[in-house]
Write a protein that binds this ligand. Structure first.
Ligand code: CP
Length: 295
């Protein structure tokens, strides 16, 4: 495997290896000398993933280019395949790609250029998932038997999809809560549904998710106020968390909808720690991709 596409491609040993490496890079502030050229190709908007990858590429001393989709020949009808092949032809070694298609990378597999998935439709967001694992491990130093509550628009969240698979495999207990309309029976393979979140005293990690309006094609609607009252992390619910519990959210955060405005930067919230950790996890991922560690 030359590409980094999904957490499904990593065994548990490789996941722990990436976590330990990223924590080492964070603790020691080590920079790397990967000396490869890399292009960031974002066909969907991004604040964190794009700039976090760019920061990690700078810490890895890579030669960085940013593909501007809006200004590119995509708008003259050029395909994703031809755009990426062009990057390969001009000498780029690695393409970091975010795309609305759940499996955009399938048609790119035979190219020589290495592909890093920076978010594929509703399918997968492996670097986000691994930085979430890093953040949980940094706090608890284990996954086994942790009670993880995954809340929100689970159906449309590539982060929730990647995380439920990985956390289940690592031995955590998964609980789901959110509107039935945004839930699939298939998720029950990885955990169980709960009926309310008014008492969170048994929860170790709350993982909140944004309502993914851009991916909704059905008619189910809920007002922001109703969503907050039924599914949001309110101060009252937060008060029921045990002292050592943590709150994660991949962001962007809709303050006052998934989580009360006052809690985004509260002591149990690791939301900005997730963003800090993302830089080091992405350095570890890029190092493994360059070295073809999983080949
Ligand atoms: N968490 C995340 O993927 O954020 P962006 O969409 O801003 O990259």
């Amino acid at each position: 495997m030359k590409d980094f596409l999904s957490v499904d491609d990593l065994n548990n040993e490789e996941v722990y290896g990436l976590i330990r490496r990223s924590l080492f890079l964070k603790e020691t502030k080590t920079s790397l000398n990967l000396d490869k050229s890399i292009v960031n190709m974002f066909f969907e908007n991004s604040t964190r993933t794009k700039h976090s990858f760019e920061m990690s590429q700078k810490y890895c001393n890579m030669h960085v280019m940013n593909f501007d989709a809006q200004a590119s020949s995509i708008y003259k009808g050029e395909s994703l395949y031809d755009s990426v092949l062009t990057m390969e032809a001009i000498g780029v070694d690695i393409a970091v790609i975010r795309h609305e298609d759940d499996t955009f990378y399938e048609e790119l597999k035979d190219l020589k250029i290495k592909i890093v998935n920076a978010g594929s439709g509703k399918g997968a967001h492996p670097s986000q998932s691994l930085l979430d694992m890093m953040t949980i491990y940094e706090h608890y130093r284990k996954f086994e038997d942790l009670n993880i509550l995954i809340v929100g628009d689970i159906l449309h969240s590539r982060v929730a999809m990647s995380n439920m698979k990985l956390l289940h495999r690592l031995g955590a207990n998964i609980h789901f809560y959110g509107p039935m309309e945004w839930f699939k029976e298939e998720f029950l393979e990885f955990g169980e549904r709960v009926n309310d979140i008014d008492d969170l005293q048994d929860v170790d990690v709350v993982m909140l998710h944004r309502i993914q309006l851009e991916r909704h094609d059905e008619k189910f609607c809920i007002s922001k106020e109703d969503y907050y009252n039924q599914y949001g992390l309110t101060p009252k619910r937060y008060e029921t968390l045990k002292d050592n519990a943590i709150v994660l959210h991949p962001a962007p955060v809709n303050r006052g909808i998934e989580i009360d405005d006052s809690l985004v930067e509260a002591s149990k919230s690791k939301i900005y720690e997730q963003m800090r950790n993302g830089v080091y996890m992405r350095m570890a991922i890029l190092e493994d991709v360059v070295e073809e560690r999983y080949a």
